[in-house]
Design a protein around this ligand. Sequence first.
Ligand code: NAD
Length: 261
Amino acid sequence: MTTGITPTFDGTAGVNLAGRTAMVTGAGSGIGRACAQALADAGARVHVVDLDAEAAKSVAEEIGGRAHVVDLAQRDLVGDLPADVDILVNNAGLQHVAPLAEFPPERFELLQKVMVHAPFLLLRQTLPHMTAQGWGRIINVSSVHGVRASAFKAGYVTAKHALEGLSKVAALEGAPHGITSNCINPGYVRTPLVEQQIAAQAAAHGIDPEHVVSEVMLSRSAIKRMIEPEEVAAVALWLCGPHTGYITGASIPVDGGWSAA
Ligand code: NAD
């Protein structure tokens, strides 16, 4: 059974980011796009980073930000991104589903490059600016799979667990300089990444997409609906606001009770 109560969002919950600069990776779609929008609505200047040129440009245009078309799997290109950002949202990601023994090594490597190496390189690049000014916010879009495993997701679960460790080290090193670093850990969010998984699983199991959502994806969540990207963005925005300066090194579940069970 799914429940259809979808939240609505209004305003910026008292967070004012005028004068701040943010960089959001994977901002062309889904959660990244919602984060870029929320940060821009709160007054931040936003660097919209994505592999997909059309998506990056369209989001940048929508929110009055700047598009950067970059493949984060390519180390040299990451170095071309701006270093003087106050808020870094490490969000870009991708999934690959296969049993361990059949998991293609090049896909495993790609997932680590995009979801672990690129965040590491961007932290190296942006921390000096945040440290010099005595304020910074690092938000790592992890997953419930940063703290729990699922079968057939070796690349993704490995990458998200690594991102959790990286986030905690950044929290410890950043603390004396007014920098916080946290993970957000969503369950299934209604985005293109998940829409593709629903279609693939429906085909694989020979069941209809509605059943994939209710019987497979939401089986471990106590709240029986998918999360909206804006609900994840609201947490990212809150972490940049005036009430959360003491929250660091944390992993904030937005998983409808999945990890409580
Ligand atoms: P999405 O597919 O809608 O968006 C991901 C974006 O990342 C895309 O625009 C894509 O072009 C970009 N991207 C992928 N590879 C890239 C690369 N090499 N260089 C630059 N950009 C690249 O996905 P989403 O669901 O919004 O996921 C965003 C993040 O949230 C991911 O890290 C994902 O693991 C995480 N997450 C998603 C869910 C979910 O259910 N959707 C749940 C938990 C965590």
